[in-house]
Ligand binder design. Structure first.
Ligand code: URA
Length: 206
């Protein structure tokens, strides 16, 4: 049985793609999410940052990285000397995956099948923006961008050249991993590394 997958329209208009994503039934996640959260930013952005999936706040707002992880990411972007206006923000998976836990909607990690099903949207965003650098935050994002499961501990913080596309890819920590650090020291280290990785991306632009 062929795997279900997103089927984006043949366009590089971000507006049209974002509208079409609202109708996506490429996996089952649309059933429990409020809406698809498409990427946000300028078509001229040189840097594309890819997260995992929208969280609770993003699902309600319809915008990526507007919750606690997003706030931390935006701080790190500024600290790295980058402007949010130079960046296109998106996610590997466009619908919020969650399970009820009392009154809260508890985040659930997307499966490999869901990451693959959603990949055509990310591909379309890359085609539309043609970023110079793609920063993948965490394992889910890196899996989608690289097309294989990454080893964050050894692959983080360096420029990886995609053999097929020629894209420059940098893997870094997901801001949620910083927020959930094992302890303060672990969080501080990961935060510093995320900022360093954003600075590396900045350096590669010139
Ligand atoms: N975490 C993500 O990976 N993406 C968002 O948009 C928000 C939180």
């Amino acid at each position: 049985k062929p795997q279900r997958q997103a089927n984006p329209p043949d366009t590089t208009s971000l507006k049209k793609l974002a509208q079409a994503a609202q109708e996506c039934t490429g996996c089952d996640l649309y059933k429990n999410a409020s809406q698809a959260v498409f990427g946000q930013g300028s078509k001229k952005a040189k840097i594309m940052i890819v997260g995992e999936q929208p969280g609770d706040k993003e699902d309600l707002a319809g915008l990526p990285f507007v919750g606690p992880a997003g706030e931390l990411l935006r701080h790190c972007i500024t600290e790295a000397g980058l402007s949010i206006d130079d960046i296109y923000l998106t996610n590997a998976v466009k619908h919020f995956k969650w399970k009820p836990a009392g009154k809260v909607r508890l985040h659930q990690k997307p499966s490999l099948t869901e990451i693959r099903a959603c990949h055509p949207w990310l591909e379309k965003e890359m085609e539309a923006i043609k970023p110079k650098i793609i920063i993948a935050l965490g394992a889910t994002a890196a899996t989608s961008v690289l097309g294989r499961v990454p080893k964050i501990s050894t692959e983080r913080g360096k420029v990886i050249q995609d053999d097929k596309t020629g894209d420059m890819i940098i893997i870094s920590w997901h801001p949620s991993a910083i927020l959930r650090g094992y302890d303060l020291e672990d969080s501080d280290l990961k935060r510093a590394q995320l900022i360093a990785d954003l600075k590396l991306a900045k350096k590669k632009l010139t």
